[in-house]
Design a binder for this molecule. Structure first.
Ligand code: KG4
Ligand code: ZN
Length: 357
């Protein structure tokens, strides 16, 4: 089946048309079209996402991106001698219902409701968190198929700007949360530490970049809850430790070396916590695979360290092959909606800002 998916939970307006096949036993996906309009430049002056501005931008972008999708398919159809628009071939429209910023979610949902009515197609709600987990099934390139035979049980680590979750998966559709952050999400900690260092929003990629010039062993930052014996996380203490460290170094605060060492040492501590907890979860659940999703999955050091750990413990490691599928996108929403359809789960088309796994 072919799904047109819409994602507006935060600061990216995204649409995608995905062909979904194979059922729960052998799901595979072809991304036919994928468009994302980032609002980073709009929110950057505020150092973070402003919900009312996010809504305004989504409302502005959605019709433009939808028209772009239809225009692209009109051209494709003409080239292959077919009549009409792609919309005739779409089986359903999917939209993120949560978690996320309420005004941003509603912008997508209202638009999707109208579109579904106009095109006379069913409208399916989708869970953004499941989208991030299932994003490992997305092929790297548009128009290509890539079969992924992920063996279960698996452990999923979801790391984004709003969430840090470890989950056990006994099957594609059997997910049980093992633990999550008790305060800040890891991406949020990256963003806040970047702000302290005077780096622009979003901070994750900036911390990664400046860390390359720093010494990751320079400062021994704390690793909260690393030995707590469960699968929960805490990143707020680590963030505060960075703040106190920088206050003490006041005189040298503008030194590039100090910034690079602080960023690298912070990144090292945060990743150390993620990797140790994930290893514990794999060992306890006897997992055969590790799945990594969410915006922070784009982090190079995190990918390297998880690859190394996966080799050591003997599990297969999966993370989206294309970096654009780590951060928010609509293709992953199509995948989540397809899997929900297969397992008979339905989300009402209403914003659920605090929706969880
Ligand atoms: O999944 P996502 O796009 O949005 C949410 O659902 O939250 O994740 C965004 C988060 C931001 O906190 C951003 O700083 C972080 O992902 N991020 C990174 C990197 N790229 C994005 N964090 C660390 N290293 C990166 N390379
Ligand atoms: Zn996300």
């Amino acid at each position: 089946m072919r799904i047109l998916a819409i994602e507006t939970s935060c600061d990216d307006t995204a649409l995608s048309v995905v062909r979904c096949e194979g059922g729960l036993e052998g799901p595979h996906f072809v991304i036919e079209q994928n468009v994302v309009s980032s609002q980073i430049e709009v929110h950057r002056p505020f150092g973070g996402v402003v919900p009312s501005l996010a809504k305004r931008e989504h409302v502005k972008n959605l019709p433009v991106l939808t028209e772009q999708i239809f225009e692209e398919s009109r051209i494709k159809n003409q080239e292959s001698g077919k009549e009409g628009k792609i919309i005739g071939d779409i089986d359903a429209i999917a939209v993120t219902v949560g978690p996320g910023l309420a005004p941003a979610l509603w912008a997508g949902i209202e638009f999707a409701k109208d579109l579904a009515k106009k095109l006379d197609k069913p409208l399916w709600g989708a869970n953004h968190l499941l989208g991030h987990i299932y994003s490992v099934y997305l092929p790297q390139e548009i128009g290509k198929v890539e079969q992924r035979e992920i063996k279960f049980p698996a452990v999923a680590l979801l790391v984004s700007g709003g969430h840090t979750i470890l989950a056990r998966m006994d099957a594609l559709d059997k997910i049980e949360k093992l633990g999550e952050t008790k305060d800040d999400a890891v991406g949020e900690a990256f963003d806040k530490v970047a702000k302290m260092l005077g780096l622009p929003y979003p901070g994750g990629p900036e911390i990664q970049k400046i860390s390359e010039a720093g010494d990751a062993q320079a400062i021994d930052f704390p690793r909260p809850m690393i030995g707590s014996g469960d699968f929960n996380f805490s990143f707020s203490g680590l963030k505060t430790a960075v703040l106190y460290y920088l206050r003490k170094q006041e005189l040298k605060a503008n030194s590039y070396k100090l910034k690079a060492d602080t960023a690298a040492s912070f990144q090292n501590a945060a990743i150390d916590i993620l990797v140790k907890k994930t290893r514990g979860a794999i060992e306890e659940s006897g997992a055969q695979s590790l799945i990594l999703g969410g915006g922070v999955a784009a982090n190079k050091l995190l990918r390297e360290e998880l690859t190394r750990m996966s080799e050591e413990v003997g599990v297969n490691f999966y993370t989206p092959s294309a970096f654009v599928h780590n951060t928010d996108n609509a293709a992953m929403i199509a995948v989540a909606a397809y899997i929900d359809y297969l397992r008979g789960v339905k989300y009402a088309p209403e914003a659920q800002p605090n929706l969880n796994l």
